[in-house]
Design a protein around this ligand. Structure first.
Ligand code: SF4
Ligand code: SF4
Length: 439
């Protein structure tokens, strides 16, 4: 085993350990949320995951972006085969260990990887232009200033360098391979591109170039791995559990609280005997109505936040945002993730006594934002990974109304009327049929 193999093993295992450590922290942050049973209807959930996450069915609403995204996605999946070979080569000192074993299949696989990598390169350039040159409106909203913009670009730069490294490695290797008396590898792109760009170089230079491409490739992959937990690109992992656990009930159906439902039933039925209503299980009565902070949300809401790709499709379809209101469903998801990170880090440091005096509602999301929502579900429909910002907005509103009696004056009047008149209008129930006499 050479020193190079030892360095490789240390770097590789170090990156894996760091990634595992960060993912464990994120899972702990997701678990900050309240329990919710999303483990039912398993086959339906599996089908949803395969259709939405693996099949990318909701991406099709914007076909050009869907095709470009598909190039990167498929290239990412297939390149893992080459990555396995690189890892084995790096750890054992072999060179293209699969080539003699697989023969023609190897040539086909690497050729496929090269074609997909080229398409991924085209998609990467298109995505970079979309963000930085064309400045698509959904990528330049205020919540995308600073780190989110940089994050979107960093990952595209990494992809760009990664693809260049793949072609440098394969191209230089092709020339070295033929120069040492072997037949051409026959790869779809590097077998002609290599001799074209590197054919006139010294053998020593080619060896260095091949090693630079090889190490560059694996270092980009490991950098990507360590960077993922800090980036919106974590969606390449979370998209699968997120779609599996996504809401299966109809989009417009809200959750009810048993204690409140019983109260309403009593109020709406004049013949109801309050003592006949089954007593509410004291354990079923929530400690708090609605949500003020991330710990009041469900774990699914927090998983949603970590899955958000910050694509802005929700915000670009949101009628409140389109008409100039302060609300952006994408920002709601980003705020939930940022707050979960903050609370998670605080609890790891100070334990359950952690209290920074801040909360999701107020310090991250304002009342103005949540009251701008029309509850139309357009954001839920538009999200390519089945995220539900509306559920969070509704829980924040529920807290304001039921815990703090805070709501816009129009709603306050309506609620008072419902309470006093059993209808949203300012008429006594006894006057309800007066219109008939006046007609
Ligand atoms: S449900 Fe609310 S946040 Fe979502 S699109 Fe409609 S108005 Fe916007
Ligand atoms: S919630 Fe969905 S649609 Fe909105 S930015 Fe995140 S991933 Fe995109």
């Amino acid at each position: 085993m050479t020193i190079s193999n030892i360095i490789f093993i240390i770097v590789f295992l170090g990156a894996l350990a760091f990634f595992g450590f960060k993912v464990k922290q994120i899972i702990a942050n997701i678990k900050l949320g309240k329990a919710e049973n999303r483990f039912d209807r398993k086959s339906e959930r599996l089908k949803t995951m395969l259709r939405v996450a693996l099949g990318q069915s909701k991406m099709r609403a914007r076909p050009i972006a869907a095709i470009l995204h598909m190039f990167i996605y498929v290239a990412f999946m297939i390149t893992q085969i080459e990555l396995i070979e690189i890892i084995i080569d790096g750890a054992t000192g072999s060179h293209r260990i699969f080539q003699p074993m697989l023969g023609g299949l190897y040539t086909f696989t690497i050729s496929l990887i090269e074609v997909l990598s080229l398409l991924a390169l085209v998609a990467t350039i298109a995505f970079l232009s979309r963000r930085n040159l064309i400045k698509l409106p959904r990528f330049v909203k205020s919540e995308m200033n600073g780190w989110p913009k940089l994050d979107g670009n960093i990952i595209l730069y990494l992809e760009f360098v990664l693809v260049i490294c793949i072609f440098t490695m394969n191209g230089a290797d092709e020339v070295l391979h033929v120069r040492s008396g072997h037949e051409s590898y026959g790869f779809a792109i590097s077998s002609w591109m290599g001799p074209m760009f590197f054919g006139g170089m010294e053998t020593t230079t080619l060896i260095i170039l091949e090693r630079v491409g090889w190490w560059g490739h694996i270092i980009m992959v490991l950098t990507f791995l360590c960077y993922l937990p800090f980036s919106k690109h974590l969606h390449i992992i979370w998209a699968f559990p997120n779609t599996y656990f996504s809401k299966l009930r109809p989009m417009g159906q809200f959750t009810n609280m048993e204690s409140v439902t019983n109260e309403v039933k009593l109020m709406m039925d004049p013949n109801a005997d309050p003592y006949a209503v089954p007593a509410v299980d004291p354990d079923a009565v929530p400690q708090k109505f609605g949500a003020k902070d991330v710990e009041d949300l469900s774990w699914v809401n927090i998983l949603n936040a970590y899955t958000c790709t910050e694509c802005g499709r929700c915000t670009s379809e949101c009628p409140a945002n389109i008409t100039g209101k302060k609300l952006s469903p994408r920002k709601i998801m980003m705020d939930v993730r940022d707050r979960a990170e903050e609370v998670g880090a605080g609890k790891r440091k100070e334990g359950d006594k952690f209290n920074d005096g801040k909360s999701l509602l107020g310090d991250f999301i304002t009342e103005e934002e949540i009251w701008a929502c029309t509850s139309c579900n357009a954001c839920v429909q538009a999200c390519p990974v089945n995220i539900d910002p509306l559920e969070i907005i509704m829980d924040l509103r529920r807290y304001l109304v039921m815990e703090e009696s805070k709501m816009p004056s129009e709603l306050a009047t309506m609620n008072t009327n419902i309470e006093n008149n059993q209808a949203p209008w300012q008429f006594s129930p006894s006057d309800r049929f007066k219109w008939k006499d006046e007609a």
